[in-house]
Every structure is written in structure tokens, then in C-alpha cells.
Design a protein around this ligand. Structure first.
Ligand code: 13P
Length: 284
């Protein structure tokens, strides 16, 4: 199966009240672990690739790995640019074979964000590629993107609704209190904002910063209209802890496969637990 646009599964996710996971791909082992978990649970999924990860892996390897996973598993998989910062980056990804892009214009003024997002939607739609927009600023650190919690601003429902109507994005990330990275305490998620926005527009809301969000909050978010949830840090932590444990156990290891195999296994378990939590198993 070729890579698909998120429209292959997001409308169904919203209608049937489940969420599709965006699991970030940071290297080959992440890609393999995510696919293995999804294959076992027959779930659609999204490979999220940040600009930093793109730089690390190279665009050709990134696309080739995702295409190999789609071909091998037969699952509906979207390859999605995460927090794309410009029209040019989005187009570069689409030309290289990405089936979906996020344009994050949240650091611009509201009107400018609308104008820039519209341009990306127009070009992407012509290529059958789905687009995610962002409104409000999501706190925390992801790659080179760092937003102080104090500067993170929640999305305003009226603006989010107008943003959808004017841009025609396929899903919309709105800042509702989650943050990238692990939480020191518990996040304070504004379910009322999710509900207000999701009930007024036909597309699903996207929840960024999915790592460490308690299960009951995930259920409440999905019930309120979230149809896509992003997870990265939990996989990074599981991967690194497994490697650390393997190296601590045997200081003489030098074959990377000896520590990357347990790392990959640990990530399979994380992704499986998220797929079950999000309710996307048997939806492929
Ligand atoms: P976490 O790293 O907190 O899971 O967030 C991932 C994310 O939102 C990617 O855009």
C-alpha cells in the first residue's frame, strides 16, 4: 500500500470517537517499532517527522523508510511533516513523497497564520496531501522549538473556528494546556475549548504533547473531539532507558544491535499501549 493522506482515516476517527496516533520517527528503529506495534493491533498511524529529525535522517532515507513500512505492513500510514516552519519546507517534503504536512504558523499574527496556511493548503490539496494547522502556542521543548510555559497561549475557540473556515485544513492543533516533553505534574487540559471547537467544525482537533498525559484525560479529550494525538518523548525515554540498561548490564558491548534490539522492543510496548488507549486498533 502506498503512503496515504490523513483523510484516509481522520474523518472516521472523529465520527467513531477514536484517535489515530502520530508517533514521531527519529531513526530506523523508531520506524520499525511503530510499524510492528501497529501491525500487531491492525491500526492506522502517522509517522511524524520534525525538521530536526529530517535533518538527522535525511529526506530520502525518511521517505524510503516510511514507504517500506507501508509496503511491508499494508497498513494505512501517513508520512507527516511535524511543525513545518515555512511554505518551502512543506513543498520540499511533498515533492519528496510526504503524504501529509503540518504548517505551524502559530508564531505569526492570527491573520498572517491564516494567509500562510491557506497557501500551503492550496498547494497540498492539488497533490492529494493533507494539512494540519496550529493555533495558540504549545509549551515545552521539541527539537529546536522551545516555548516557555509562561509564553504558551491557549487557543481562542472563535478564532479556531474562523481559522478552519478560512483555511480549510484537514485537522487543527490547538493549544489546550498540553506541552511537548514530560510533565512535572499533571497537565491542565481545557476540555471545554476542545469541545467548543470540535463541535463547531467537521474536522478533528489534534492533541500535541501526548507523552505523560494520564489515561482518563486522553479518554476525555477523545470524547470532546480529539482525533489525532502526538507522541514522541515517551518513545525517546523508553528507547534511551533500554539502551542505558543494556550498557550498564554489560560494559563490554560494542555491537549496536545488542542494545538497539531491546530499545526497539521497549518502543513497541509504548506504541501498543497508546494504540489501545486511543482506540485505533482494528481500524486499519
Ligand atoms: P511529546 O514529545 O510530548 O509526546 O509531544 C509530541 C508532539 O506533540 C509532536 O508534535
Amino acid at each position: 500500500m502506498p503512503l496515504v493522506s490523513m483523510n484516509e482515516f481522520l474523518p472516521r476517527a472523529k465520527a467513531n470517537k477514536f484517535a489515530v496516533g502520530q508517533f514521531n520517527m527519529n531513526n530506523l528503529e523508531f520506524a520499525q517499532a511503530i510499524m510492528e506495534a501497529a501491525e500487531e493491533l491492525k491500526s492506522p498511524f502517522i509517522y511524524g517527522v520534525s525538521e530536526g529529525a529530517l535533518k538527522y535522517m535525511g529526506i530520502e532515507f525518511t521517505v524510503a523508510i516510511a514507504e517500506a513500512a507501508a509496503k511491508k505492513s499494508g497498513l494505512p500510514i501517513a508520512l507527516h511533516l511535524d511543525h513545518g516552519s515555512s511554505f518551502e519546507v512543506a513543498m520540499k517534503c511533498i515533492r519528496a513523497g510526504f503524504s501529509s504536512v503540518m504548517f505551524d504558523g502559530s508564531h505569526h499574527s492570527f491573520e498572517e497564520n491564516i494567509r500562510l496556511t491557506k497557501e500551503v493548503v492550496k498547494a497540498a490539496r492539488a497533490m492529494g496531501v493533507s494539512v494540519e494547522g496550529e493555533l495558540g502556542t504549545i509549551g515545552g521543548v521539541e527539537d529546536d522549538l522551545s516555548v516557555d510555559e509562561a509564553d504558551a497561549s491557549l487557543a481562542k475557540p472563535e478564532e479556531a473556528i474562523r481559522f478552519y473556515e478560512e483555511t480549510g485544513v484537514d485537522c487543527l492543533a490547538i493549544a489546550v494546556g498540553t506541552a511537548h516533553g514530560m510533565y512535572a505534574g499533571e497537565p491542565n487540559i481545557r476540555f471545554d475549548i476542545i469541545e467548543k471547537v470540535a463541535s463547531a467544525i467537521p474536522i478533528p482537533v489534534v492533541l500535541h504533547g501526548g507523552s505523560g498525559v494520564p489515561d482518563d484525560m486522553i479518554f476525555k479529550s477523545i470524547a470532546a473531539g480529539v482525533g489525532k494525538i502526538n507522541v514522541n518523548t515517551e518513545n525517546q525515554v523508553a528507547c534511551t532507558e533500554a539502551i542505558r540498561e543494556a550498557l550498564n548490564k554489560d560494559g563490554k558491548i560494542y555491537d549496536p544491535r545488542k542494545y538497539l534490539t531491546p530499545a526497539r522492543k521497549a518502543m513497541v510496548e509504548v506504541v501498543k499501549s497508546k494504540i489501545l488507549l486511543f482506540g485505533s486498533s482494528n481500524q486499519a
